[in-house]
Design a protein around this ligand. Structure first.
Ligand SMILES: [Zn+2]
Length: 108
């Protein structure tokens, strides 16, 4: 699993973002959907509303992801914190900054 999610908050006209949205949708729908819909993680819906793939893609391309949704826990991904807990990391070095957690993850 690619843990570098910096693309999620780069320019939405950037190809990296558009490709990332596709990958996100593939990931979310491979995990499972409800009547062909998943929770929309866009800025407005905030994982509170089920929408179709086309709708979610449009929302993300127009509005972007809700803030700091690096860890796709509403879409089948296990928590990074649990992952880190299973490694022999010094917990004292881990702060609550999600980007810090991501950096630690990438270096492993
Ligand atoms: Zn939405």
């Amino acid at each position: 699993m690619e843990m570098n999610r910096s693309w999620m908050y780069c320019s939405r006209s950037n190809m990296v973002f558009k490709e990332g949205v596709k990958n996100f949708l593939n990931f979310a729908f491979s995990y499972g959907s409800s009547s062909g819909m998943i929770l929309c993680p866009c800025r407005d819906c905030g994982n509170g509303i089920y929408r179709t793939r086309d709708d979610v893609e449009a929302h993300l391309l127009w509005r972007g992801f809700k803030p700091r949704y690096y860890n796709w826990t509403a879409h089948g991904e296990t928590s990074f914190r649990n992952d880190i807990g299973s490694h022999s990391l010094n917990v004292d070095d881990v702060n609550d900054d999600m980007e810090g957690l991501l950096n630690i993850h990438i270096k492993q």
